[in-house]
Design a binder for this molecule. Structure first.
Ligand code: NAD
Length: 469
């Protein structure tokens, strides 16, 4: 290893948080070989032992020093970082509880014969993760993969590599490896012939590159990519304080740098002013832009200077900006961007048509339910969506017609998640699922063992075979 990657605190320019060594192709190959070598003996251990390893790791997740480290490297408020660590532990325990049932052999013996379905591991899994929720997004891959008997090589984002690496050390040494670096390190990992499954979360550009490389290797890949989530308020929706507080944080948590943030707000024509007033008042209650280590901060800086420039350009690209929330820091100290509502835009504006991935959200009016559905479903992305209504049945009827992998009802984002509910995209938001039983089954391949009834004693032989050869 020759080079190092430095990580600077995005809230305090010039403050070095830490550094990681860059893994080159031979380093990556060594990590994959080690993961491959350890895999068969890991898979041969009883599932109860593997589940216990997840529980043991999870027990050490509530670590204040690591929550602070995560806040310093990512710019996320420290309270959010504590929440991410705690939730990651909860998730690992949930996998440990669910895996025995989800991964159990299924055996049938009936008039057609005897059929055994086995859930077998793939081998060494490559996990490539983004910076915005680095701990939970790594655990969503590591937990199910280990439970199913795989080993894992993780490549965290160089923008938040430190806390997650420390947490990955809490798993048995030989079954989880970590390599650091940028796209080149990730490509060396995905392209290694001993990698049997790829799990990627990140942006569309990297997703295309990784999907193409995995395709060339005939390695299956889960791709969890970006979103441009619509939040649709049906005509009967009330803009209550509680609902608006949830929505505002659904837009601006992690400074809007969340795959499933609400990114387009659709309200009935004629109610824009009412909505704008309610949304602005909610932001005044719940948005405190400030240093991530200050306990009252709810929104921190964005991740890099480049991201800040890109988002400021979007805010300046048209429409009327409404600055939101309270500023509780010196904005020049870090990559701060004031949360902003944009009004007066149409659907062709970049901030509506594309994933903005920052603290700016457009307010759009619609006149008919069919019209808003078509506009919400327009575009290539289909990760999350939300529908808001006083009538839950009406909301569910509408939700059935969304082109989205996950629809929230009367909330949006983290407050609407459930461990048992699979999460992932449709269209170009990717394929494969995390969370839920499906998120565990992603890391197992079903292998069949079959004794046809035709060839068992008294079974009738060739004449009775289902598909005579
Ligand atoms: P990114 O795509 O820039 O990076 C993600 C990871 O991929 C990093 O580890 C990076 O080093 C690596 N990488 C980049 N190019 C690569 C290549 N060519 N080959 C191999 N590895 C490569 O994403 P980011 O900026 O860290 O995260 C933001 C994006 O992630 C947003 O689009 C967001 O919506 C998306 N995201 C999606 C989900 C989801 O569950 N669907 C969750 C979080 C974030």
């Amino acid at each position: 290893m020759s080079a190092w990657l430095d990580r600077e605190n995005p809230a305090r320019l010039g403050e070095l948080v830490g550094r990681v060594p860059v893994a080159d192709a031979p380093d990556v190959a060594e990590a994959v070989r080690a993961a491959d070598a350890a895999q068969r003996s890991w898979a041969s251990r009883p599932l109860a032992d593997r589940a216990e390893a997840l529980r043991e790791a999870a027990a050490a997740f509530e670590d204040e020093d690591l929550a602070v480290l995560l806040a310093r490297e990512s710019g996320k408020p420290v309270g959010d970082c504590r929440g991410e660590l705690r939730f990651s532990g909860v998730f690992l325990n949930w996998v440990a509880d669910r895996a025995p049932e989800v991964l159990a052999d299924v055996e049938t013996d009936d008039a057609s014969g005897r059929l055994l379905l086995r859930r077998r591991p793939f081998g060494a899994v490559a996990a490539i993760t983004p910076w915005n929720a680095p701990v939970i997004l790594a655990m969503l891959k590591v937990g199910p993969a280990l439970a199913a008997g795989n080993t894992v090589v993780v490549k965290p984002s160089p923008l938040a590599p430190l806390a997650v690496s420390a947490l990955l050390e809490r798993f048995p040494d030989d079954v989880v490896r970590v390599v650091h670096g940028e796209a080149g390190t990730g490509a060396a990992l995905v392209g290694h012939p001993l990698v049997r499954k790829v799990a990627f979360t990140g942006g569309e550009g990297a997703g295309r590159a990784i999907g193409a490389l995995a395709g060339r290797m005939i390695t299956p890949a889960v791709l969890e990519l970006g979103g441009n989530d619509p939040a649709v308020f049906l005509p009967d929706a009330e803009f209550t304080d509680a609902a608006m507080d949830r929505l505002v944080m659904g837009c601006f948590q992690t400074s809007g740098q969340v795959c499933m943030a609400a990114k387009r707000l659709y309200v009935p024509a004629g109610r824009e002013e009412e909505f704008r007033a309610a949304f602005t008042a909610a932001a005044a209650r719940v948005v405190v832009l400030g240093d991530p280590l200050d306990e009252e901060t709810t929104v921190g800086p964005v991740i890099t200077a480049r991201a800040a420039e890109r988002i400021r350009a979007l805010i300046g690209s048209g429409g009327e900006p409404v600055p939101l929330g309270r500023v509780a820091c010196d904005l020049g100290r870090g990559h701060y961007v004031r949360p902003t509502l944009l009004t007066g835009l149409d659907d062709s504006s970049p901030v509506v048509a594309e994933e903005q991935f920052g603290p700016v959200v457009p307010l759009l009016a619609y006149t008919g339910v069919e019209e808003v559905l078509a506009r919400a479903n327009a575009g290539e992305l289909g990760l999350g969506a939300s529908v808001w209504s006083a009538d839950e049945d009406r909301a569910f009827d509408f939700a059935r017609r969304f082109e989205a992998g996950f629809t929230f009802v009367n909330t949006h984002g983290r407050t609407g998640m459930a461990l048992r509910a699979p999460f992932g995209g449709v269209k170009r938001s990717g394929h494969g699922r995390e969370y839920g039983d499906e998120g565990i089954l992603e890391y197992a391949q079903t292998c069949s063992v079959h004794a046809p009834a035709a060839f068992r004693a008294g079974g009738g032989g060739m004449a009775a075979a289902a598909y005579p050869g």
